[in-house]
Design a protein around this ligand. Structure first.
Ligand code: ADP
Ligand code: MG
Length: 750
């Protein structure tokens, strides 16, 4: 049952001696592991002592107390010390057999059962030997039994015999027993390696190597938060002290000092890097703007606006201007709900740079959006803001002339899609890059754009970097602002422009309510307004397993022919060609289509103030932030607007409750926090990028308080020893030198 290790350890004695000293020791050299088990563990990512020490239990069992058989209760998990009375194999049909072992103590008998018992197992249950049995007790036909119990062999000194394989338990019990008389860890099985085997390996690893783990954290911070040293944390997590001193429930929920310490460590190590990165970027050179006539130009444009900026917009503009006036690149994120007027802020900032001869690029995720921005620049400012549009639709002739103008350095606000990123598009003096709906772009695309604006300063021989402003309509939960976006400065626009009536939101879950909703939509359309119908999927084939999901194509037909035959209905989905999409969008914008049936392609930024209703089918399938964004398509004009969230029979109570948050609040920041709790960071970062957040134990929702502490401490450390040269920070510096900051590099937002 247990691997033999003798030959392996002797044959590689010298290398063992070399490597046996620290946490980097290959797992196979841990006593009781050996090459075979070692290879198996390594194939699952547990290659070293350090790895296994960080392979944490999924649960614990309190085996501090052994029960007598008479104390065992049906349905409870328990441990008891019993003597083997007899064993037998009961043949079943199909040539299999059940192994039944009868055991007992002076208070009663207990039967143990194995279906498909491993070959030869029965020979270990010699009548008379003492064993400890752990498992879930069942009462079966009036008799107590445990199916597939865990057995601790050779626990009593009064049996002369030692069962095969028992030597390992005996060895372990020299320094206490990992399996008995304590709170015992339960591990997730790895490739058939049982929790019990893993427990023994960990017992050895903890005993032998725990003191070799490097204490990377400055002692000062640990003391300040009353957190234990690394060795004590890891030991407690695997083999907690007596259960009277603490709660297993807390341990399982990571709610104890041992876990807190590790959580804090993950956050601290990450925050130090993020903040150091930010400090370094803040030292890079950049051109300054706003000091040579840019402000005047900006004021002039502002006076052309048909509205007055809100206070939040004004604050955003002044924060950006302050950044532009610095000889270091701006790296700022403006987050504000849909309709909060981020675009106007971006245009004004751009005008300041243009007026002083800099080029500006504004990249949007879709053609529809890029065109809309271009149109509104013209609508708002006429020719006063010099703009050009570059998308997949731009003709070759237009393109060639545009390329030439950009290369010649003409101060221009180039609005476009990722077409801007093409190699052939070269700017002479791209000083300011703007990214709309930035979460729609990958890190690489954002970097490419920044790179286009990086150029060599002939005077200093150093690179000059562009200023970067990213816009996001998905408010980011505070914890993500501190982690995934930790290297950016933040501006929040919370206030919506005046004259908007908040969108009323209603969950629609049955047929009657649905018909009422249809009638309300009919009244709106008859009154000259427009409506969106949003569906999660394009074709039924995508919905395998969700056959109830309605296909947008089929539904568009039904709505057009049966429900709203008196109105013009258009269809928009992701599988249409860009020019088809643009045509439909254009018709909708001009109110030649009253009802737009669409997948979530309209999600971002589309601005049709005349639309007053949005109905979202299968709302339960969307994240709250996404629904909130969709809802922001309406309520852009002065009419009262409504958002219907259609849910379907079979939508669970929790899903409906979750959607209730949208009925209660229109504050995107509040919704973002709720969404993070329910759906995790992938909802905000995209699954791929969220996967690069290097937190194994720490949880952004549960451990928020530790994140903030770690952030503050890292900032403090950066103030008095940024390069970690003091002796008390050497181990932390060694950690970064050893492990690098690879994960962090992939995360950087700019
Ligand atoms: P978003 O923040 O979602 O990108 P937009 O910039 O598209 O929002 O603005 C939404 C609409 O509000 C646009 O039609 C814009 O012209 C208008 N708008 C922006 N700022 C104001 C304001 N201060 N007062 C009135 N309307 C405004
Ligand atoms: Mg926008």
């Amino acid at each position: 049952m247990l691997p033999k290790v003798k030959s392996a350890t002797t044959s590689s004695r010298s290398s063992t001696a070399e490597r046996a000293s620290g946490p980097a020791t290959p797992i196979q050299y841990v006593k009781g592991v050996g090459p075979k088990l070692g290879a198996l563990l390594a194939s699952r990512g547990i290659a070293t002592v350090k790895d296994i020490l960080h392979f944490f239990p999924r649960a614990y069992e309190d085996r501090t107390r052994l029960l007598r058989v008479s104390e065992l209760k049906d349905g409870e998990k328990a441990s008891t010390a019993v003597r083997v009375l007899s064993s037998r194999k009961i043949p079943t049909r199909f040539g299999k057999s059940i192994l039944e072992v009868r055991t007992g103590d002076t208070s009663g008998t207990l039967s143990l059962k194995w279906f498909h018992a491993p070959r030869g197992m029965e020979s270990r249950f010699l009548p008379g030997i003492q064993i400890i049995v752990t498992g879930s007790v069942k009462s079966y036909m009036g008799r107590l039994e445990i199916v597939h119990p865990e057995i601790t062999w050779n626990v009593s000194t009064d049996t002369g015999e030692s069962a095969p394989g028992a030597a390992n338990d005996a060895a372990a019990s020299e320094a206490g027993n990992p399996n008995m008389g304590r709170v015992v860890p339960v591990y997730t099985e790895i490739e058939g390696i049982t929790s019990r085997v893993l427990r023994r390996v960990l017992w050895e690893a903890v005993e032998k190597y725990i003191t070799t783990l490097s204490e990377d954290l400055p002692e000062r911070f640990l003391r300040q938060h009353s957190l234990p040293p690394i060795s004590e944390s890891i030991r407690t997590i695997h083999f907690p002290p007596d259960s009277r001193d603490f709660s297993i429930a807390n341990l399982v929920e990571f709610n104890d000092p041992a876990h807190w310490r590790l959580i804090y460590e993950e956050f601290f190590k990450f925050e130090y890097l993020v903040l150091r990165q930010r400090l370094r970027m803040e030292k890079d050179p950049a051109a300054t703007f706003g000091l040579a006539g840019g402000l005047v130009a900006l004021k002039e444009l502002e006076s052309l606006l048909p509205f007055k900026l809100t206070r939040d917009q004004e604050r955003a503009v002044s924060e950006i201007l302050a950044d532009l006036a610095e000889p270091h690149p701006m790296n700022r994120l403006i987050q504000g709900d849909v309709g909060s007027g981020k675009t106007a802020v971006a245009f004004l900032a751009a005008s300041c740079v243009l007026a002083e001869g800099g080029q500006v690029a504004l990249m949007a995720p879709t053609e529809i959006l890029a065109e809309q921005h271009h149109r509104s620049a013209i609508r708002l400012f006429g020719g006063k803001l010099k703009t050009a549009l570059l998308t997949g639709k731009t003709t070759n002739v237009e393109r060639a002339s545009l390329h030439a103008r950009l290369a010649a350095g003409e101060p221009l606000l180039l609005i476009g899609t990722h077409a801007i990123l093409e190699e052939i598009v070269q700017f002479k003096n791209l000083a300011f890059t703007l990214i709309d709906e930035q979460h729609r772009f990958g890190v690489e695309q954002r970097r490419t754009l920044r790179h286009k604006g990086t150029r060599l300063d002939p005077k200093t021989g150093k690179n000059i970097y562009p200023h970067t402003l990213v816009l996001s309509a998905t408010p980011i939960p505070r914890t993500l602002a501190l982690t995934a976006y930790g290297d950016l400065s933040l501006t929040s626009i919370r206030e919506l422009p005046p004259g908007r009536s908040p969108v009323k939101t209603k969950i629609v879950s049955d047929r009657t309510e649905r018909n009422q909703a249809y009638e309300q939509i009919r009244r709106e359309l008859a009154g000259g307004r427009q409506a969106y119908f949003i569906y999660p999927l394009v074709n039924e084939s995508e919905a395998e397993g969700f056959t109830q999901l309605k296909s947008v194509v089929v539904e568009a037909e039904r709505l057009a022919n049966e429900v709203f035959p008196e109105f013009r209905v258009g269809l928009l989905h992701g599988q249409m060609k860009p020019e088809e999409k643009a045509l439909v969008m254009d018709l909708f914008q001009r109110n030649e289509i009253q009802l737009l049936v669409s997948t979530t392609v309209v999600e971002v930024g589309v601005d049709v103030p005349n639309a007053t209703v949005i109905a979202i089918e299968h709302a339960e399938r969307f994240g709250l932030s996404q629904l909130h964004q969709l809802r922001g398509r309406v309520g852009r004009g002065s009419w009262a607007s409504t958002c219907f969230l259609f849910t379907h029979a079979g939508t669970g109570a929790t899903a409906n409750q979750r959607l209730g948050a949208l009925e209660r609040t229109t504050d995107g920041f509040e919704i973002a926090e709720a969404d993070l709790e329910i759906r995790g960071p992938g909802e905000f970062l995209g699954t791929r990028q969220a996967g690069t957040l290097p937190f194994r134990l720490a949880n952004l929702v549960r451990d928020k308080d530790w994140l903030i502490k770690a952030r503050n401490d890292a900032a403090e450390l950066l103030k008095f020893d940024p390069e970690l040269t003091l002796p008390e920070h050497v181990r932390l510096r060694n950690f970064y030198e050893r492990e690098g900051s690879i994960q962090f590099d992939r995360l950087k937002t700019s």
